[in-house]
Design a protein. Structure first.
Length: 137
């Protein structure tokens, strides 16, 4: 009898530590509000950390989240219509950032930034771009 109890406890501990393929489900109660407040409330209710620059949420509102949600479903709902996206950094940390429009646009955007920097540097009569490989003119 005693051996059966010990084996039962060992099995409970082992099975309790086995990770499930099912995502965690949280019961959330977050009203529609400014997005930065909704993200902080999500973090408070789930125990997760959410990283974002405060200026990306300026003027944005979240949808309400009320009920049982996975992290994916809750974040998708909170960020809907905001042109923001998220990624899991680890099991307890989420990063929120602006959506990227695609690899071609990212290359164009980087090229545009470099050209703009060269133009600004030339306009100031300064050649600080040498470290970027732009060199002196």
């Amino acid at each position: 009898m005693r051996l059966a109890m010990v084996l039962g406890l060992v099995c409970a501990v082992v099975w309790g530590n086995v990770r499930s393929d099912e995502p965690a489900v949280y019961t959330l109660h977050i009203e529609s509000q400014p997005l930065d407040g909704a993200l902080r409330e999500f973090a408070r209710q789930t125990g997760m950390q959410i990283l974002f620059f405060s200026d990306i949420t300026n003027g944005l509102r979240s949808a309400a989240v009320d009920g049982k949600y996975t992290v994916e479903r809750a974040m998708t709902t909170l960020l809907s219509g905001s042109k923001l996206t998220y990624r899991l950094i680890n099991s307890k940390t989420i990063e929120v950032a602006p959506m990227r429009t695609g690899p071609a646009n990212m290359r164009h955007s980087r090229a545009h930034r470099l050209a703009h920097k060269r133009d600004c540097t030339a306009a100031m009569g300064d050649c600080r771009g040498a470290a970027d490989g732009m060199g002196r003119r």
